[in-house]
Ligand binder design. Structure first.
Ligand code: NAD
Length: 271
């Protein structure tokens, strides 16, 4: 690895942002050079490491131009509208982006793809290595079990999470639907209530739990006649996502313009 990579964080005072400050400091290939929050944030002017007691020497700022003038990669864990406003500004400057924000609609995803024609972007619903291995395993499990198993995806997160189902649960659904030759949009069932009728074997069901401080739990359930297969991932610390996002930033520095996901970073994609 050559020169140290200059990393800026968007949403630095959020749950993920605070842990990302530690993850950037812990990675030998990265240095924090910028820390963005919204203009009204009470954290403006504080050291980016204030929450963890780290002295980064980087003050939290809302000055996007100044932050982008001094970074190689922007790691963004904010909200879709914020990520959307940062995309063109990074694209026009050739600044690479690692996007962990979830909850984008189709137009938002199209904006990310368009920006990736001008700069390198890693966009992933989940940056944990274990979850990405789970996506990989799910493809195999689905192809082997194939027909005769009812598939349900159950996820649980903390009470503050604003989107549902989680981006990770949706990605699990996409992986499974793809392995079955189905389109998730045509077969997904999001929650059930009242007289639902019998379960259609073609559907993939989603169930969402919200509460307390649950960092993130996902189960893909394959229920057949006489047996069940359950593939479960449980995150107990946000550091797993943060360390993965910083690893993605280091990997991205070596890549050409284009749109990548965490499977690419880990070498799990066969494309
Ligand atoms: P959070 O609400 O704690 O943090 C978001 C931060 O963004 C806040 O500090 C907020 O003030 C800041 N922000 C708002 N507007 C801004 C602006 N204009 N400029 C800069 N910062 C701004 O949320 P969180 O729990 O940290 O999650 C953030 C996002 O990351 C969510 O979409 C969540 O689903 C996603 N997430 C992804 C992964 C993954 O691995 N991909 C893991 C965890 C969370």
């Amino acid at each position: 690895m050559s020169a140290t990579i200059k990393v800026a964080l968007a949403g630095v005072n959020g749950r993920m942002g605070k842990v990302l400050v530690e993850a950037v400091a812990a990675n030998p290939h990265t240095v924090l050079t910028g820390a963005l929050e919204h203009a009204g944030s009470e954290a403006l002017g504080l050291d980016a490491g204030h929450a963890s007691g780290l002295k980064t020497g980087v003050a939290i700022s809302s000055d996007i131009d100044a932050v982008l003038a001094n970074c190689d990669v922007l790691i963004d864990f904010t909200r879709p509208n914020v990520s959307g406003s940062l995309l063109p500004r990074c694209a026009e400057r050739g600044i690479k982006m690692v996007i962990g924000t979830t909850g984008f609609d189709e137009a938002g995803k199209a904006d990310i793809a368009a920006a990736a024609e001008h700069t390198g972007i890693v966009f992933a619903a989940n940056f944990s290595i274990g979850v990405n291995l789970t996506f990989h395993i799910l493809d195999t499990v689905t192809r082997v079990l194939n027909e005769g198993y009812d598939i349900e995806i159950i996820e649980a997160h903390h009470r503050h999470k604003v989107d549902a189902p989680s981006g990770t649960a949706l990605r699990m659904g996409e992986v499974i639907a793809h392995a079955l030759g189905r389109n998730l949009a045509d077969c997904a069932v999001y929650g059930r209530e009242g007289h639902t009728g019998a379960r259609s074997p073609q559907t993939i069901g989603f169930a969402t739990v919200r509460g307390g401080d649950i960092v993130g739990e996902h189960t893909a359930l394959f229920a057949g006649e006489g047996e069940r297969v359950e593939i479960t991932h449980k995150a107990s610390s946000r550091m797993t996502f943060a360390a993965g996002a910083v690893r993605a930033a280091v990997w991205l520095q070596q890549q050409r313009t284009g749109l990548y996901d965490m499977q690419d970073v880990l070498g799990l994609n066969n494309r």
